[in-house]
Design a protein around this ligand. Structure first.
Ligand SMILES: C[S@@+](CC[C@H](N)C(=O)[O-])C[C@H]1O[C@@H](n2cnc3c(N)ncnc32)[C@H](O)[C@@H]1O
Length: 321
């Protein structure tokens, strides 16, 4: 199973493991098995399998908006303790989060880009989550396709800033930071702005809470298994408990606070023999490249460095039987 999922979407596979490994640190404040996991398991429930097996969480809720796969989702539910909710998150999160006795680990793993609805879901979570709860959001961060020639608007005028216009349509023009320009939305620029918009939405949502709390960003990840994706996440914490939570997550190489650059998950394509060879040199005090392995074996230096930053979460080679 692990190998299969890895082969299909290697970066996503590694991202799931990075997040689950970091979530073990929740244990420092409350046993993580007591949390409730809320996610979009789709019909494969890969994240649910991992969360249950690795973190010991029993109470789980999977939300799914696509009516055409509801039967398949029910058929594939891997554990008896998963509640399946056939609905859009925006329709069920407000009620679901009304139970304030439970700390939650929520991963809203969207297939679509950041939108008004996603921002509304984020706001609902930040407003209602009990402190000590974690919220993770993944969105498609691929810049909208730019037409070869400028296209025509409905009113017949030329659309000279199609990406900027699309972003405005998705999130609402008032949420687009005024300094964003069309040319800045190429490559990972779209993800940059999505991250800024998410971060900017936090104070407003927190201000609407009945119990005061702060936001501690833990995840700012990017990868591309085809489409470019952005994952952002963190913890809702009591203001006077911030230091304790920061310490709980300190030293994790997959975590990024707001002052840090995002972590790019670039998975090098290696043969099993190459991966075994690199594993035997790791951890390398002076770095993998300094061992000279790149020159000896012919693996590009960039691949060695990427492997070194990810190898903890790379599937074991050879695969255990
Ligand atoms: C990327 S998949 C989830 C993958 C899964 N979390 C994993 O780790 O493999 C996203 C799923 O969420 C569903 N989805 C997307 N937007 C949603 C929304 N607003 N509410 C509920 N489900 C949604 C999609 O139909 C799809 O089945």
């Amino acid at each position: 199973m692990a190998r299969f999922q890895y082969a299909l979407r290697p970066a996503k596979h590694i991202e799931r493991w990075m997040i689950v490994d970091a979530c073990r640190r929740l244990d420092r404040c409350e046993p993580v098995r007591n949390y409730e996991y809320v996610g979009f398991g789709s019909f494969e429930f890969v994240d649910f399998e991992l969360v249950h097996r690795e973190l010991g969480i029993d109470r789980m809720v999977s939300i799914e908006s696509q009516t055409s796969i509801h039967e398949r989702c029910r058929f594939n539910l891997p554990f008896d303790s998963i509640e399946f909710i056939p609905a859009r998150a925006s329709a069920c999160l407000p009620d679901l989060l009304d139970d304030v006795a439970t700390r939650r680990l929520i991963w809203l793993d969207y297939t679509d880009p950041l939108s008004r609805e996603v921002l509304q879901d984020v706001s609902t979570c930040l407003r209602k989550l009990v402190s000590g709860s974690m919220l993770i959001v993944s969105v498609n961060a691929h810049p909208p396709r730019k037409p070869e020639n400028t296209c025509e608007c409905v009113d017949g005028t030329e659309e000279t800033t199609p990406r900027l216009n699309e972003l405005g349509r998705q999130v609402g023009a008032d949420r687009v930071p005024p300094d964003v320009e069309e040319d800045g939305l190429a490559k990972w620029g779209y993800a940059d702005v999505q991250h800024r918009i998410l971060t900017t939405a936090v104070p407003d949502a927190l201000a609407r809470r009945s119990a005061r709390a702060s936001w501690l960003q833990l995840f700012h990840l990017r990868y591309s298994d085809g489409a470019q994706m952005l994952t952002w996440g963190g913890l809702v914490v009591d203001e006077d408990d911030e230091t304790r939570w920061k310490e709980a997550f300190s030293g994790l190489t997959q975590c990024r606070d707001e002052a840090q650059e995002p972590l790019m998950i670039s998975v090098p394509v290696l043969t099993s023999k190459e991966a075994i060879c690199l594993n035997r040199l790791l951890p390398a005090a002076g770095g993998l490249v300094a061992t000279g392995i790149s020159t000896t074996v012919g693996i590009p230096e960039a691949d060695c460095m990427n492997y070194e930053s990810l190898y903890q979460w790379y599937p074991p080679v050879p695969t255990p039987i």
